[in-house]
Design a protein around this ligand. Sequence first.
Ligand SMILES: CC(C)(COP(=O)([O-])OP(=O)([O-])OC[C@H]1O[C@@H](n2cnc3c(N)ncnc32)[C@H](O)[C@@H]1OP(=O)([O-])[O-])[C@@H](O)C(=O)NCCC(=O)NCCSC(=O)C[C@@](C)(O)CC(=O)[O-]
Ligand SMILES: NC(=O)C1=CN([C@@H]2O[C@H](COP(=O)(O)OP(=O)(O)OC[C@H]3O[C@@H](n4cnc5c(N)ncnc54)[C@H](OP(=O)(O)O)[C@@H]3O)[C@@H](O)[C@H]2O)C=CC1
Length: 422
Amino acid sequence: MTTKTSRIPGLHNLSPKERLQKVVEAAGLNEQVLTHLGNTGNLDPATADSMIENVIGTLNVPLGIATNLVIDGEEVLVPMATEESSVVAAVCNAARQCRGTGGFTTAMSGSLMIAQVQLVGISNPEFARLQILEHKSDIKRVCDETDPVLLKHGGGFRDIEVRILEGQTGPMVVTHLIVDTRDAMGANAVNSMAEAVAPHIEEWTGGRTYLRILSNLADRRLARARATWTLEDIGGAEVRDGILSAYDFAHTDSYRAATHNKGIMNGVSAVVLATGNDTRAVEAGAHAFAARSGQYDSLTRWEVDADGNLSGSIEMPLAVGLIGGATRSHPTARIALDIMGIETADRLARIIAAVGLAQNFAALKALATTGIQKGHMALHAKNIAVAVGATGEEVDKIAKELVSLGKVRMDVAEEILKALRE
Ligand SMILES: CC(C)(COP(=O)([O-])OP(=O)([O-])OC[C@H]1O[C@@H](n2cnc3c(N)ncnc32)[C@H](O)[C@@H]1OP(=O)([O-])[O-])[C@@H](O)C(=O)NCCC(=O)NCCSC(=O)C[C@@](C)(O)CC(=O)[O-]
Ligand SMILES: NC(=O)C1=CN([C@@H]2O[C@H](COP(=O)(O)OP(=O)(O)OC[C@H]3O[C@@H](n4cnc5c(N)ncnc54)[C@H](OP(=O)(O)O)[C@@H]3O)[C@@H](O)[C@H]2O)C=CC1
């Protein structure tokens, strides 16, 4: 049944429970939905209602733990929130195979974010550019006055750059405010600064400012991770060469690079989500960075070291925080940080980069050897069993049967379930 009308005036003024009732009625759903969505798991309705708008319930995603990771000499258990099977297992698998060489070494370029102020209606953009640059100390003062708390935590304005862009509507003079946002992802912090600085830029140049917003291409907040996998640990030179060939494919072809990077983001987004950070911000930054040369490229690099072992590295923007957004308000996100023993946003970003690299190693190794389906579908089999209506012990029985038949398919699962229930 389709919804009678999507116009529900004042829905936002109701409580989550009242809204749910209205939506169930409007969508013509049965009363069971009330019970199902009424159970909000470990996010209470009041907290959920304060996070987004028009809340009627919550969507629980499994939270798994990646084991085996050694990052900068420290053992770390990493929580990952994802709906996709084999993603967590893949990280455990990759991390286990590089423990012998010390695991992952990571670094961060800094915690600098960029806010952009777009200025238009300028006939002499080169002149305006210099006018803005001359006011660097005024801009610093305005930015820092906007966020004294950030200043207290060692952050604040660092620099400006001014670019001239030729748009279809005429020249644009774009000011980048470069701000150290420390343990915050920083979107709200730098957006406030951009809005505070904009009227001054208009006054100095006589132009008109439009957009005042951060850039998600956080290329001054790059997380880096590297690791070495020995031939012995990965199963020999043929496996190494298969991984190198897989990387070469991604480096050469954007169609392949998109899938290659999707695999990396399987790990990255799962940790970003588990910690209540903004998955879209990180994803937009990653893909823009991957395309920075003009050709969409791999976020990882794979090489052979002097001893013939496999060296993997990753470098990508990772604007994540421990403050702001849902990182503080979502109780599970706070626990996720505690599991990792995280005290700085810098450490969180570095762990996420290591997870991205591990994820890529596992996927490339599987692709270059047995193929992805063997491991992935074996773990996906339980999902298929649940999707066809299996419950309790039926789930494991069906999953095992699907794997042993080598046919992890819905139609086969349905047949097995039918036979089990006869
Ligand atoms: C699936 C495996 C791990 C099997 O790998 P395997 O070698 O058959 O597993 P194993 O039973 O020998 O176990 C090896 C280790 O893997 C881990 N492991 C093994 N099973 C589990 C489990 N159930 N739960 C947690 N951890 C598990 C665990 O660490 C274990 O060591 P242990 O702890 O036993 O000493 C392997 O085939 C693999 O890594 N595959 C890659 C899977 C993958 O990348 N999945 C992502 C989804 S596919 C996709 O979206 C991305 C893609 C592929 O398109 C990207 C691209 O194209 O580049
Ligand atoms: N394009 C995008 O990506 C956009 C994203 N967003 C959203 O913005 C949110 C993130 O913004 P963000 O600015 O991080 O969040 P907040 O504004 O909530 O938090 C940052 C603020 O926390 C205070 N603070 C306290 N301690 C620290 C510390 N140690 N380090 C840094 N700051 C500290 C600072 O000052 P004070 O207390 O004075 O605020 C700082 O400005 C996310 O929810 C994201 O989804 C919003 C718009 C656009």
